[in-house]
Write a protein that binds this ligand. Structure first.
Ligand code: NAD
Length: 289
């Protein structure tokens, strides 16, 4: 068997086209959707992520504003900036690029965001709404994973989904989304036992562990669908390249469908950030009426 390669770039292009159309409708109503991105420090990976987000925003017609702050920025200064952005009606979405320097509490920063502008969906208000199955901003990466799954799995209801990883930004919200889609959900993490055997029970496997090529074919039930969230930078013959948490070539021999890295989940994350920003702009404009 050779797995279907799930094309995240094509799916993201479709979502971006829909989002761009929505931006046009908002502009016709006199609303220019805007996203403010805050980057503290000079982490090279974060710098690339921020540049990609700003570029994609411009492509779909979203006004994007960058605040690049030095690594020694105080927490008070960052919180004051967020307070000002929360109060600025022309700013619809605020994204604080993580990770933050160690002297700044990520939790304090996330909780300081206006939940209506929290386009990453990390504020406890949005996390709680998602856990209760209520409308909320859904974190962009798990939202993208769900959309890719919906593209290849005709009926999610009743499927057994195993998620490898329990982070707040991927594993936990992924579990909430799949539960909402009526899957039976198992979450595995670094303290779990029999990880490979539990994965082998799954119809759907979502891997977000941050461990290069952790998942091999002996973890996967023949015919399962596998979503690889991992982005790991490895050096190969003195060349830097990206690999996922799944050994693609090996797992492709047993899975029905599989996402590549790069070109799988990554593009969907950015596309969902744009969609969330448009949703934020629409909701805020309706509140003003
Ligand atoms: P994290 O480090 O916060 O969490 C990793 C999780 O994996 C933890 O819950 C840990 O318990 C679990 N884990 C680690 N090793 C394990 C093992 N051997 N068996 C079972 N569980 C194990 O990471 P994160 O922020 O969730 O990110 C995970 C990966 O996804 C990283 O490679 C990250 O770069 C990538 N990522 C990609 C996107 C994207 O847009 N594609 C977005 C976010 C994160």
């Amino acid at each position: 068997m050779s797995a279907v390669r799930i094309d995240g770039k094509a799916a993201a292009a479709e979502l971006l086209a829909i989002t761009s159309h929505e931006v046009g409708k908002l502009k016709a109503d006199g609303i220019v959707p805007s996203l403010t991105v805050i980057l503290v420090g000079d982490d090279p990976a974060s710098d690339v992520y921020v540049r990609n987000k700003v570029q994609r925003a411009q492509e779909v017609g979203i006004l994007s504003i960058e605040h690049r702050l030095p690594a020694n920025t105080s927490q008070e200064h960052l919180l004051a900036l967020i307070e000002a952005l929360n109060g600025d009606a022309s700013v619809h979405g605020i994204l604080v690029q993580l990770p933050l320097p160690r002297h700044i509490s990520e939790q304090a920063v996330i909780q300081s965001l206006d939940p209506l502008k929290d386009v990453d969906g990390f504020h406890s208000h949005n996390v709680g709404s998602l856990a209760q199955g209520l409308p909320s901003f859904v974190p962009c990466t798990p939202a993208g994973c769900l959309q890719l799954l919906q593209g290849v799995v005709a009926e999610l209801s009743g499927k057994h989904a195993v998620i490898v990883g329990r982070s707040n930004i991927v594993g936990k919200p992924m579990a909430a989304l799949l539960l909402k889609a009526d899957c039976t959900v198992t979450i595995l993490h670094s303290r779990s036992r029999n990880v490979a055997a539990l994965c082998r029970l799954a119809d759907i496997v979502v891997v977000a562990a941050g461990r290069p090529k952790l998942v091999t074919s002996d973890w996967i039930k023949p015919g399962a669908v596998v979503i690889d969230v991992g982005i790991n930078r490895v050096r190969d013959l003195d060349r830097a390249r990206l690999v996922g948490d799944v050994d693609y070539d090996d797992v492709a021999t047993v899975a029905a469908a599989l996402t590549p890295v790069p070109g799988g989940v990554g593009p969907m994350t950015i596309a969902n950030l744009m969609a969330n920003t448009v949703l934020a702009a629409r909701q805020q404009s309706q509140l003003k009426r």
